[in-house]
Design a protein around this ligand. Structure first.
Ligand code: NDP
Length: 269
C-alpha cells in the first residue's frame, strides 16, 4: 500500500457535527474526497442540506444531512441511528460543533458559561458516547483487526486549550477546550482495548464566521493576532481538514490520546 493509500477512507462512514459551514464544512468535504460517506449533523436544516448536496456534487461520496442539536441527547442518538441505518455503521466521528461567548468574566452569566460547556464539552461527550456505541457494535459483528481499529474520533479542541487569548474575553470557551483535551486523553485510554482511537486537533485562528465577525468589530485585531504567529497568516478551514483526514485514517493508527496543534506557530512564542 502506498503512503497516500493509507489516508484513504473508502467504504467508511463519518459523522461530522457542524459540517454545514466553517471548519466542519471543509472537514466533511475532505473526508468525502478521501472516500468516506458522510453524515452531517447540525441545527440549521437548510444549510446542512445545501452542504450535503454540494459535497455530493463535488465527490463520489454519499452525503446526508440530519438536524441534530448536540445539546440534546435524543437528537444525537437519532443522528447516530439514522447514520447506521443509511450507511451500515459509523467509523469516524468528528466533534466539530462549537460556540463561544465573548463577555468579561465578571459580567458573564452562569447561563452563558453553561451554554458554552453544553455545546463544546457535553456535546462532545454525547456524540462520542452514541457514536462510540455504534463503533463497538460494528466491531462485534466484523471482528476487525487491531491495526485498522474499529473507529476514530476526532475532537475539535483549540490552541485556546493551552494559551490565553488576547484581548478577547472568553473564559468559558478556553475552559471547555482545555477540558476537551483532557476528555480526549481519558477516552482514548478507556477505549484503547476496544480499538477506538480518540484524538483532538487544536487550531489557531481560522477564517470562519466568528473570526470574521470579531475582525469586523475591531479590525486592529488582525495585526495583533498575526504578530504572535510564526507564519503570519490565519488558516483557512481547508487548511485544518487534511489533519483530520490523517487522524481519521489508518495512516495515523499509532496516534491516540493526542491533541495536535495546527496554529501557524502561534503558541511557540
Ligand atoms: P462556526 O461558527 O463557523 O461553525 C460552528 C458550527 O457548529 C456550525 O456548523 C453550527 O451549525 C454548529 N453548531 C453550533 N452549535 C451547535 C449545536 N448545539 N448542535 C449542533 N451543531 C452546532 O465555527 P468554526 O467553524 O470556526 O469552528 C468549528 C470548531 O472549530 C469549533 O469547535 C471551534 O471551537 C473550533 N475552532 C475554531 C477556531 C477558529 O479560529 N475558527 C480555532 C480553534 C478551534 P448550526 O448553527 O447550524 O447548528
Amino acid at each position: 500500500m502506498s503512503v497516500l493509500d493509507r489516508f484513504r477512507l473508502d467504504g467508511q462512514t463519518a459523522i461530522v457535527t457542524g459540517g454545514n459551514r466553517g471548519i466542519g464544512r471543509a472537514i466533511a468535504q475532505a473526508l468525502a474526497e478521501a472516500g468516506a460517506d458522510v453524515a452531517i449533523g447540525n441545527r440549521d436544516a437548510e444549510s446542512g442540506r445545501r452542504a450535503a448536496e454540494e459535497i455530493e456534487a463535488a465527490t463520489d461520496a454519499t452525503v446526508r444531512a440530519y438536524e441534530a442539536d448536540v445539546t440534546d441527547e435524543a437528537q444525537v442518538e437519532a443522528l447516530v441511528e439514522a447514520t447506521v441505518e443509511a450507511f451500515g455503521g459509523v467509523d469516524v466521528l468528528v466533534n466539530n460543533a462549537g460556540i463561544t461567548v465573548h463577555a468579561p468574566a465578571e459580567e458573564m452569566t452562569v447561563e452563558q458559561f453553561q451554554r458554552v460547556v453544553d455545546v463544546n464539552l457535553t456535546g462532545t461527550f454525547r456524540c462520542a458516547k452514541h457514536a462510540g456505541r455504534a463503533m463497538l457494535d460494528t466491531a462485534d459483528q466484523n471482528d476487525e483487526s487491531a491495526r485498522g481499529g474499529v473507529g476514530s474520533i476526532v475532537n475539535l479542541s483549540s490552541m485556546s486549550a493551552r494559551v490565553a487569548n488576547y484581548p478577547q474575553h472568553q473564559v468559558a470557551y478556553n475552559a471547555t477546550k482545555g477540558a476537551v483535551d483532557s476528555f480526549t486523553r481519558q477516552l482514548a485510554s478507556e477505549w484503547a482495548d476496544d480499538g477506538i482511537r480518540v484524538n483532538a486537533v487544536a487550531p489557531g485562528y481560522v477564517r470562519t464566521d466568528p473570526v470574521d465577525e470579531a475582525l469586523r468589530e475591531d479590525p486592529e485585531l488582525e495585526a495583533l493576532w498575526k504578530s504572535e504567529m510564526l507564519l503570519d497568516e490565519m488558516a483557512r478551514p481547508e487548511d485544518i481538514a487534511p489533519l483530520v483526514v490523517y487522524l481519521a485514517s489508518e495512516a495515523s493508527w499509532y496516534v491516540t490520546g493526542s491533541s495536535v496543534l495546527i496554529d501557524g506557530g502561534y503558541t511557540v512564542r
